[in-house]
Design a binder for this molecule. Structure first.
Ligand code: GLC
Ligand code: GLC
Length: 817
């Protein structure tokens, strides 16, 4: 069954029935103020950090699901009947329903009993607030007397504490109601200088700020006492659960429309100007009033919405493709790029699956996220690189995660994931290739956020590389530490205690277990670092890198090749993992992808051999599983990977994040047909038609699709926040379509299905716009033989960097195989 359709023109996904298999969400905000919003207005908002600055409450894993949101109620004051125009929470059977998720906004429209309603939710650029632009129209042939109630539940800032520390929290809640604006100020009396506010453009008939008064005891969101009786209680919260609800009365003639604007926002006051008058406990509202007044005016809201749309037009226009495949087009042109903005901002913190409490920004994750983001806002990518590298340890190692609010490494999880530092080289490389900003390497950056420890960023890259050289195991391969990219391959953990963290428990000294994956990664980034060193005139350094890389390649051939594929790792007993000698987990995806991407086995056929093995043992119609055979029981020496039931997550699930590595590898051996086929298997748009099986949003990639060992093979989970976003975007744009950023220019090297007659990419790159027309008259999969730039043939297939031109540069590329 389909639950909606794409509107590519508007860059929207249109959901046409509210009861989707799971809440299908969107993100509001792309700078500092964020929210998640589902197709029935569920979700919550926060400022920068989903754990520490949560504005509103949401109940994760609730039954029914998706409870807590940006709710409105419409009450017919003649009949007493009431409903929610976003379906939830009353779940009244609506006569019409439509949700349009767009770029940074969501519009939910509905009609019930001839009353039409439409609400657009968005965050204006540059502001720390969200707008709900609501309009209601009377389609009856007689006047309608309506009451509109808004409803949000305030979170007491720290979402973790808010959900657990009730002995304190039931006594701390405080609000002010002033001039129709509800101010939430819990803990403002002491160490906080921030508050939230909830304003409405209309004169109020009443308000409520105490949840349990608004709802009434033992009632739920589908039947609040205030709404049922048609009158707010004007409650003022003291302790318990602060809440925000406005009540507006609207009388509409037949055909008449009324617009109401609600503004929910976050505001900080200077610490010495918190109160007004200064010796009082009353919030100083002078600084926030102008913002509120501005956005309660319809024309300012329209203008802000317009700039949001224009901003996205600009961001997306950096890379646009017209290919014969509609699913590739809409993912590349719209949704995948959009998802990359979400992963850049959220990392893995706040989604329907990520509670916003657990994790900060992953060092490895955030570096990889840059691959899909850097072309959109390079300046923010630069800032992220500098923030991340400032948390790097002096040893070259990395804190596994850092907190976005404090920009400090997270001590709870610590370090020791031995692949982590290498991703910094990859992220920085991608940034320089996009921008040509070599200067970033000279930026002084601290280690461990310690003042005085500044070294040029380049030195950070060196230490990342050296980190592995100082951690080599018995076979000459890199020691794995707590885990490598696969967080669940915990070879030094040996945990038999329930609840112990697989990621932070280490019961072995870590001197034996090795990772072939890290070896491949080391080779890949080592070559990158050598190129960077050479560019800086550090030839000796470049040679040293390449010598180490060559040495590692030799070790991989010797101990990392299993005959038909690459071995995955060696365990604490020195035995191989991901080898034909294993009973379970004979072949893994990650080492195949990483070693081939590093260039290993390209010349001697080993790469093709490994890819054939992947095709034979790991590929399914829903994507490529992580390993086979799945682990049927818990293996103490393997850790979390074997804790999952077969077919889920890292235990033989289709972990979409690493599928692109195989796709890139297929392009590297020139196999365009297979590369595109694999890409399509996990492409959510292509999976839209199996929505009941897939269940997640058809417009964004999911982290995981259940593998063939699971009873639910094909079911997706953990949509939105996954490295899949950046990697699939990078793969589709740079390796399949093959318009690839390099240090010296833009390479044109498509590897496409033979049946494609061609395609066109428009790419903004270092100040110029290239319109690249690729022609494939002979039905080839690869091989640009001729490249015309503004009609003139150039040698090779790299477009040189040119001074900014006034007109787009026209490029024609012909594939001849
Ligand atoms: C999750 C983590 C990522 C890790 C992957 C595989 O996506 O965020 O860091 O590489 O799982 O375990
Ligand atoms: C869990 C997840 C894995 C993630 C890890 C780190 O183990 O299964 O995907 O990377 O947590 O937080």
């Amino acid at each position: 069954m389909r639950y909606g359709h794409f509107d590519d023109q508007q860059r929207e996904y249109v959901i046409t029935r509210p009861n989707t298999p799971l809440p299908w969400i969107n993100y509001l905000g792309c700078e500092a103020y964020f929210g998640i919003i589902s197709n029935t207005a569920g979700g919550y908002s926060f400022y920068r950090d989903a754990r520490l600055r949560r504005l509103t409450r949401y109940r994760y894993n609730n039954a029914p699901f998706d409870v807590g949101g940006r709710y409105l109620y419409i009450r017919d004051n003649d009949s007493g009947e009431f409903w929610s125009p976003s379906w939830q929470p009353t779940c009244t059977k609506l006569d019409k329903y439509e949700c349009r998720h767009g770029m940074g906004y969501t519009t939910i429209s509905s009609s019930y009993s001839k009353i039409e309603a439409q609400t657009t939710y968005f965050v204006p650029l540059g502001e720390t607030l969200e707008i709900w632009k609501f309009s209601v129209t009377n389609r009856r042939n007689k006047p309608a007397k309506l009451s509109i109630f808004s409803s949000i539940e305030f979170c007491l800032w720290d979402a973790q504490d808010d959900a657990t520390n009730f002995q304190r929290n039931f006594s701390t809640g405080q609000v002010e109601v002033n001039n129709g604006v509800i101010y939430h100020k819990t803990e403002y009396r002491e160490r906080r200088n921030h508050f939230a506010y909830f304003a409405c453009s209309e004169k109020l008939a009443g308000f409520d700020t105490q949840r349990d008064t608004f709802l009434g005891a033992y009632r739920s969101w589908d039947n609040p006492a205030a709404v049922e009786r048609g009158k707010s209680f004007n409650s003022v919260a003291h302790g318990w659960a602060p809440h925000g609800s406005h009540h507006v009365k609207v009388n509409l003639k037949p055909g008449e429309t009324k617009e109401i604007i609600f503004v929910l926002g976050y505001h900080e006051n200077p610490v010495d100007k918190k109160f007004d008058p200064p010796d009082s406990q009353t919030i100083n509202k002078q600084t926030v009033k102008p913002v509120i007044a501005k956005y309660l005016k319809g024309k300012n809201v329209v203008a802000a919405f317009q700039s949001l749309r224009e901003n996205w037009d600009g961001l997306l226009s950096t890379y646009q493709v017209q290919s014969p495949d509609i699913h590739a087009n809409r993912m590349v042109n719209i949704w995948n790029a959009y998802q990359c903005m979400a992963t850049f901002n959220m990392s893995r913190s706040a989604s329907f699956y990520e509670s916003g409490i657990g994790r900060g920004l992953g060092f490895r994750d955030s570096n990889q996220d840059l691959l899909g983001f850097v072309h959109m806002v390079p300046s923010r990518a630069r800032e992220r690189i500098l923030d991340l590298s400032a948390t790097q340890l002096k040893s070259g190692g990395a804190f596994h995660q850092y907190q976005p609010l404090t920009k400090r490494g997270n001590n709870d999880i610590g370090s020791g994931f031995n692949d982590d530092p290498h991703w910094l080289i990859l992220g920085v490389g991608a940034y320089i290739k996009e921008t040509g900003d070599w200067g970033i390497l000279d930026e002084p950056v601290q280690f461990e956020n310690e003042p005085g420890s500044e070294q040029p960023l380049y030195e950070h890259l060196r230490r990342s590389f050296n980190y592995t050289l100082e951690r080599i195991g018995p076979h000459g391969l890199p020691l794995i530490g707590r885990a490598d990219w696969n967080d669940c391959l915990n070879l030094n953990c040996f945990s038999d205690t329930p609840g112990q963290s697989f990621q932070t428990t280490t019961n072995k000294d870590g001197k034996v277990a090795e990772s072939v994956f890290i070896a491949g990664l080391f080779v890949m980034v080592g070559k990158e670092l050598a190129t960077i060193a050479k560019k800086r005139g550090l030839n000796k350094e470049a040679e040293r890198c390449l010598a180490e890389v060559a040495k590692m390649e030799k070790v991989i051939y010797q101990h990392g090749w299993d005959g038909a594929w690459f071995v995955r790792a060696y365990d604490d007993f020195g035995k191989p993992i991901g080898s034909k000698v294993c009973k379970e987990g004979k072949i893994f995806i990650e080492s195949q992808g990483m070693c081939i991407m590093a260039g290993i086995g390209l010349k001697d056929g080993k790469a093709r051999r490994a890819l054939a093995s992947v095709n034979k043992h790991l590929a399914t119609k829903h994507g490529i599983v992580l390993q086979q055979p799945a682990f049927s029981k818990y293996y103490i020496h393997l850790g979390e990977i074997s804790s999952y039931p077969p077919g889920y997550k890292e235990n033989a699930g289709i972990f979409c994040h690493n599928n692109p590595w195989i796709i890139i590898s297929e392009t590297m051996v020139g196999n365009g047909n297979r590369a595109f086929d694999y890409y399509t298997r996990i492409n959510p748009s292509a999976r839209e038609k199996i929505g009941d099986l897939h269940r997640c949003e058809p417009y964004v990639f999911a982290q995981m699709i259940a593998g063939k060992d699971a009873p639910t093979h094909g079911e997706a989970k953990n949509s939105w926040l996954t490295g899949t976003a950046a990697w699939t975007y990078f793969t589709a744009t740079q390796w399949i379509l093959g318009i690839r950023t390099e240090f010296d220019g833009l390479r044109v090297d498509p590897v496409i299905p033979a049946k494609w007659k061609g395609f066109t990419v428009t790419r903004r790159f270092r100040g110029n716009t290239y319109v690249i027309e690729v022609k494939n008259p002979k039905g080839k999969q690869r091989g640009v033989k001729k490249l015309l730039v503004n009609g003139k043939e150039i040698a090779g297939n790299v477009l040189p960097v040119l001074p900014p031109q006034s007109k787009p540069i026209h490029v024609e590329a012909v594939l001849e195989g």
